[in-house]
Design a protein around this ligand. Structure first.
Ligand SMILES: [Cu+2]
Length: 168
């Protein structure tokens, strides 16, 4: 049975600009919405660099319900959103697409640069908008849609367009 829940959660509506302090953000949960047992906080989307088309999504996931898995993400700004991780292969950090992120009961998983992230290809940034809907789909079919702000994230964020995607 497919359980469909859609909730619009206003996450972090404050203007972020380039002054976002990631370490502070992780501890400062703003309006986190608990749906399907998974609480999402500190979510932001890093827009593509000038002349490029790949955005990346980051957030904190805390599973306060039963075991589940994040299996899909969608957003109107991108026709193709993939779930990625970074792997160290022979000393070289490479991105790999994965079929989801396991979220056992009680797990906290951070999507952050150099680790799990959402990769948003062929992104078209809506003119003048400071945020966009993002839908997360879990293994049981639960869908949660939230509004996620655009932001720069931590200073050491990687340029995803320059990463090696050859394995895709
Ligand atoms: Cu990636």
């Amino acid at each position: 049975m497919l359980k469909k829940l859609t909730v619009i959660a206003a996450l972090m509506l404050t203007a972020c600009g380039g002054e976002m302090d990631h370490s502070k953000m992780s501890h400062n949960k703003m309006a986190a919405e608990q749906m399907g047992g998974v609480e999402v906080s500190s979510a932001f989307i890093k827009p593509p660099f000038t002349g490029r088309k790949t955005a990346a999504g980051f957030m904190m996931l805390e599973n306060k319900g039963a075991d589940t898995k994040l299996v899909e993400a969608r957003s109107p700004i991108s026709p193709r959103v993939e779930i990625h991780t970074h792997l160290n292969e022979d000393g070289v950090m490479k991105m790999r697409r994965i079929n989801g992120i396991d979220l056992p009961k009680g797990a906290s998983v951070e999507l952050k640069p150099g680790s799990y992230h959402l990769m948003m290809f062929d992104t078209v940034m809506p003119e003048g908008a400071s945020d966009t809907p993002l839908t997360l789909v879990y293994a049981d079919g639960t869908e949660v849609t939230m509004i996620v702000p655009f932001g720069d994230g931590p200073q050491d964020a990687m340029d995803h367009d320059k990463m090696d995607h050859s394995g895709h």
